[in-house]
Ligand binder design. Sequence first.
Ligand code: GLY
Length: 364
Amino acid sequence: VRQDDFFEINSLAYPVFIGSKLWIRLREFVQPYLKPGGIFIFADQNTLKFCLPLLVENIPELGDHLSYAVMPGEESKDISGLEEVWNWLMKSGATRESLLVNLGGGVVSDLGGFAAATFHRGMPYINIPTSLIGQVDAAIGGKTGINVAGVKNQAGIFYDPLAVFIFPGFLATLPENHFMSGFAEIIKSALLAGKNSLHMLKANLNPGDESIFGHILETVKFKCDIVAKDPHDRSVRKILNFGHTIGHAFESLFNQNDMPGMLHGEAVAAGMICEALISSEINGLSKWEQNEIASLITKYFEIKPLEKKYFDNLMELLAHDKKRNSDRFKFTLLESPGKPCIDCSVGSESIIRALRSYNQIIEE
Ligand code: GLY
């Protein structure tokens, strides 16, 4: 597959366009809103600087419309970031008939989507994801929301965009660590999809190569198929949480004040190693497959150890997670690659054992 080709995925209630020739379709979409007060472009300061010019180069009329950028990074995805966007929309005269264009990564589509869902009780929006994580995951599926008190995605709503436009050219604007952060979601998708996808990933892929486009396309199609079956995350969509239960806790923990910080994908990479360990303890994943998963992930990611003194903090963060049921935790686990199971009940002792083994894997 070549990124010069143009793909339109129609399994969801709205189209997802992908490929470098999508400008014509994007222009068609924005056409009805090309009037004063019609379009509002929401970005972060990086995408405003590096991605908006590319957008305007291809659709010059967009240059006449207002844009607003929050600070880049997860810190903007909170109640004050949301208030910033509401204020901007209100003061600039946006209405329910205007279109919000989210130009950025997961923070921009989550926050902008939530602002669109709530501003004047819902205005239309489109997602133009510029990060790999946005392109293969965050911008697709209508999940919008913000973090509360440092805990991920505690408030939000399902609110579908009118369309998603995935332009691979934006990836060239990404720093390497952010690119790799999205690559974790590609690995996750391959683990869920099964042996063939996984086999392709093992074949000495250099994530920066153009061949990555085939993996992006596969991951997007896979996500669209799953979301189409379960848009509101009640059943099969929960498989997409693999690596995320522990991953979100890592992410919150490592982004606390005195900690070194961790991108979403790095946290998911760590989370997948831990959840594969739990899968092999209680869900029948073979030791051999668990090892394969750990070596696939450590091949691409420099995984950070979790000092023992933080185990309790991590357990507390897990307890805040939505996926909890009394003193047991609900996880998506693997029986084998391609065979995920949702709502698996896991006790805290298994989690602690997995964290210990996780640290040992890194030391090896
Ligand atoms: N990021 C997981 C989902 O959209 O369900």
